[in-house]
Design a protein. Structure first.
Length: 186
C-alpha cells in the first residue's frame, strides 16, 4: 500500500499510524465505497449503514496501533467494519434464531452459490437480519460455522440452518423475479 506524497514515496500504513490527517483522508477516499457496500450488506437502512461506517473508520484510525501486520491491513479494516455492523445489529435490534433442526436435515445442505443477474444488495435487503448476518459472515467474510456461532452466540447447528434457509429464500426470490421477467417479455 504505497502512495506518493509529493515526490517522496511513503508507506500509507506508517503515515496512518502517525495519525497523519492527509493519509487518513486518502485511506478513507480509497475505501469508503467498498466499505459502505460491506456495511449495507449487513444493514438495510442506508443512513444506519453510513453511521456504522463512520464509527468503523473512527475505530480504524483510533486503534490502528492494534494492527499487528500479520495479515493485510485492508482485511483488518474490513473486519472492523463488519464488527461495527454486528455490534449495531446486536444493540439496536432483536434477532431471533429459529430452533435447531436435526443433524440429518443439515447433512442435505449444499454449499452451492446462487448467481445473480441483478443487484445482489436488493436480494440481501429482503432477508431477515438473522439470515443476512449468517449468510454474509459465511459467504462474504469466509467465517466457518464455528466462528459464526462464537460471534453471534448461537450453536453451529443454528448457523448452518440459518445459512440454508437464507440460501433457500434467495433462490425463491431469484426464481420469482426470473418468472416475472419472462411473463413481462411474453
Amino acid at each position: 500500500m504505497k502512495l506518493l506524497f509529493g515526490n517522496k514515496k511513503d508507506d500509507l500504513l506508517s503515515r496512518l499510524k502517525k495519525q497523519d490527517p492527509a493519509a487518513q483522508k486518502i485511506f478513507y477516499e480509497q475505501n469508503v465505497k467498498k466499505f459502505l457496500s460491506v456495511s449495507r450488506s449487513y444493514i438495510n437502512d442506508l443512513y444506519q449503514a453510513e453511521d456504522c461506517l463512520i464509527k468503523a473508520f473512527c475505530k480504524i484510525f483510533k486503534n490502528i496501533e492494534s494492527f499487528r501486520e500479520e495479515g493485510s491491513f485492508d482485511g483488518w479494516a474490513r473486519r472492523v467494519v463488519v464488527n461495527e455492523c454486528l455490534n449495531f445489529i446486536k444493540s439496536h435490534k432483536t434477532v431471533f434464531y429459529l430452533d435447531e433442526v436435526s443433524p440429518s436435515y443439515l447433512e442435505e445442505i449444499h454449499e452451492e452459490e446462487v448467481s445473480f443477474d441483478f443487484n445482489a444488495q436488493q436480494l440481501l435487503d429482503q432477508l431477515s437480519d438473522n439470515y443476512r448476518m449468517v449468510f454474509n459472515l459465511h459467504i462474504l467474510e469466509g467465517f466457518s460455522h464455528q466462528e459464526i456461532a462464537d460471534t453471534l452466540n448461537i450453536s453451529i447447528a443454528v448457523s448452518k440452518t440459518q445459512l440454508f434457509r437464507a440460501k433457500e429464500k434467495l433462490r425463491k426470490i431469484y426464481f420469482q423475479q426470473q418468472k416475472q421477467l419472462k411473463n413481462e417479455h411474453v
